[in-house]
Design a protein around this ligand. Sequence first.
Ligand SMILES: Cc1cc2nc3c(=O)[nH]c(=O)nc-3n(C[C@H](O)[C@H](O)[C@H](O)COP(=O)(O)OP(=O)(O)OC[C@H]3O[C@@H](n4cnc5c(N)ncnc54)[C@H](O)[C@@H]3O)c2cc1C
Length: 410
Amino acid sequence: MFLDPPEATHTAGLDRLTAFLPNAGGDYARWRNHDFGPAGDNRVSGLSPWLRHRLLLEETVIDHAIDHHGLDGAEKFIQEVCWRTYWKGFLERRPMHWHDYHVACEEARQQQAKDRRLAADIEQALGGETGIEAFDAWVQELRETGYLHNHARMWFASIWVFTLELPWALGADFFLRHLLDGDPASNTLSWRWVAGLHTPGKAYIARSSNINKYTNGRFNPGYQLNTQVSPPEGIERPPVGPSPTAADWRLTPTSGLLITEEDLLPETLLGDPDWPLVMAVQTTDWRSQGSVSDRVRRFARSGLEDALARNPGARQEGPLELTHPADAEAVRDAALAAGVEQVLTPWIPTGPTADAMAMLDPVLEAAGIRRQPVLRDWDRLHWPAATHGFFRFWKAARPLIVERQATRAS
Ligand SMILES: Cc1cc2nc3c(=O)[nH]c(=O)nc-3n(C[C@H](O)[C@H](O)[C@H](O)COP(=O)(O)OP(=O)(O)OC[C@H]3O[C@@H](n4cnc5c(N)ncnc54)[C@H](O)[C@@H]3O)c2cc1C
């Protein structure tokens, strides 16, 4: 999909959307599950790196798809875009899954340090040397392009957990370090779903016949896969927390803008005031304790630079690395130098950047500076329904999309 690294700009995202739109109807519904390989004629959009960083908004993509094909004609594609909204809302309402994922990573790393056999198996898998041709090819594809087709992600995760019997959290960590669209909600919750930790009694089992069919005969693992899988028992869904509500916020002459890689279109939310200070912070390294790939870091950095260029301020700072306590002090000092008392940020969902904010916020507060997150209407309206399965969510999302189209038309 991305043999050449994609450009992390809003314009490049719009160009890709425009090129894809003719295929967002029946063609997508028919071919979306086929993975013809990195150089093949895949019919999926490849929009996820832009959507993940909000260099494109879910609603923009959906509006354009409807303009081209109507809601019925593009429904399958629109549902897929809504999976992103659903997973984000789901994690926002159950942030403990992000915490538990960190704990699972830590436990797996400790186990790996003690168990030489496990360490060797993990190394073999991450090196693409398992002898399962399809799996090894996906490892290389992910490392080289920063992308895998959705179906390949499902097969990969299933083989990792059930055939190679490796800790699921380290597979999820590998994805998060290498995917250009690496996302705390979609990634963690999809891995949990495959591993049987999401829906009680259900896990995703990769089968050779399915892989053979949907890779157009490129791979056939035959009897190499373990399909005798019993999903883990005793899985319970934790209680659902409240959906975030829009806090009252006011734009004052001493309000600065803080841009993060979670939302690179702040101007569509906060407008275009005369900012005394615009800052961008890079938090990519918070995605993992391990090393995040250069491609992923570069994509996020270029996206931050693009957002800075679109949002001028009397003073500009960044992109600043926000990794260590000294970095938080640099952000605070920039705010103090510009006389800023409040920094506005588009909402930062549960995940690595929110973890970085937990380091930054006390440093700002101690200097009398408040960070004010601002929720988008899209999230405010849709996240309340992210309580159970996707299809219940979709029942609530579809009428909201219909209503939105009526407003656009009037
Ligand atoms: C184990 C596993 C891990 C995953 N990790 C991530 C991740 O870290 N980041 C990420 O963005 N997606 C993740 N996904 C979801 C999905 O695979 C990708 O969003 C999709 O493959 C992106 O390719 P595309 O843009 O060509 O998708 P298209 O098929 O063109 O879909 C259009 C858009 O819909 C959204 N979408 C489609 N399928 C899903 C889905 N299953 N879940 C959530 N959103 C979806 C994406 O925003 C995508 O760009 C994961 C799926 C699995 C099974």
